[in-house]
Design a protein around this ligand. Structure first.
Ligand code: TMP
Ligand code: ASP
Length: 257
């Protein structure tokens, strides 16, 4: 069916060779995983929603001068992106305490942090993506000190933009994760935002009700995940109300817990 060369198979996306050198095609799957794939289900239409939401976010980041790998959306599930050398880090910004922060540090969920906190995780499934310090990153050569500075500067701008974007549609950006890559243009190299930004990779709470509108619906078995992703897309003006009513339930693949 698909004769394109597959470059990378991730949990929620697949990368294929692009139509021109220096480009790739990013395909959004319906798979939803949590806790390093201990929990795994297929949600019909999730990939389509994340493709659209991530397109919207990346397109706007490009427009305000934050460099990203995004070129254009090609169809319901695919984007044309620039090929970059991925930096093996997951960069998390936290504005409100949730997730690992409440588990590991005992901070109460929902605590507004005195300032945005940036954390780096080493992207390695076999090691369960451990939290690492800048010392580890430079000592093991995953990124240089100046690249860390560039990533921090980028992610702070992304956080400010996303916080405002979501606040404007009644949603609080609790935290999110991005990944960065090195883009080579002739002799020049710059750090750009890659991967995706979607309710899979952000925590989004309705400002009024504090309802969780992100992948925590799945992680915490709250239900209504697709309906909430649809609601995010609807509030962003990406899909219309009718489409939000077409959401279907999950198809169970594997669930160990
Ligand atoms: P955490 O509290 O589990 O560390 O998650 C922080 C943010 O990063 C949250 O918005 C979800 C996102 N995230 C991912 O996108 N992928 C991951 O593998 C993990 C652990 C978190
Ligand atoms: N995406 C990660 C996984 O597949 C973890 C998470 O987002 O909670 O395990």
């Amino acid at each position: 069916m698909n004769r394109r060369r597959r470059i990378y198979e991730g949990k929620a996306k697949t990368l294929y060779e692009g139509p021109e050198p220096g480009t790739l095609i990013q395909f959004f799957k319906d798979d939803v995983t949590a806790f390093n794939t201990k929990k795994h289900e297929i949600f019909d239409g999730k990939g389509v929603l994340n493709n659209r939401i991530s397109e919207y976010v990346f397109d706007n980041l490009n427009r305000i001068g934050i460099p990203t790998h995004f070129i254009k959306r090609m169809n319901m599930r695919e984007q044309l992106i620039k090929e970059v050398e991925m930096i093996p880090l997951e960069i998390v910004v936290r504005n409100i305490a949730a997730g690992q922060m409440i588990q590991h540090l005992g901070v109460k969920e929902g605590t507004v942090l005195p300032r945005s906190i940036i954390e780096f995780y080493y992207k390695n499934n076999a090691l369960n993506d451990p939290l690492v310090s800048e010392e580890h990153i430079t000592a093991f050569g995953w990124a240089s000190p100046s690249e860390i500075d560039d990533m921090m500067a980028l992610i702070i701008r992304v956080n400010d933009f996303l916080s405002g974007l979501f606040w404007g549609i009644g949603i609080q950006l609790v935290d999110f994760k991005i990944e960065c890559g090195r883009l080579f243009e002739g002799d020049l190299m710059r750090i750009i935002v890659a991967d995706e930004i979607s309710p899979d990779s952000c925590r989004l709470w309705d400002i009024k009700t504090k309802r969780k509108m992100d992948k925590d619906c799945f992680r915490e078995n709250l239900g209504g995940m697709i309906e909430n992703y649809c609601e995010v897309a609807f509030r962003l003006g990406i899909i219309n109300q009718k489409e939000t009513q077409r959401a279907t339930g999950p198809i169970l693949v594997k669930s160990d817990q």
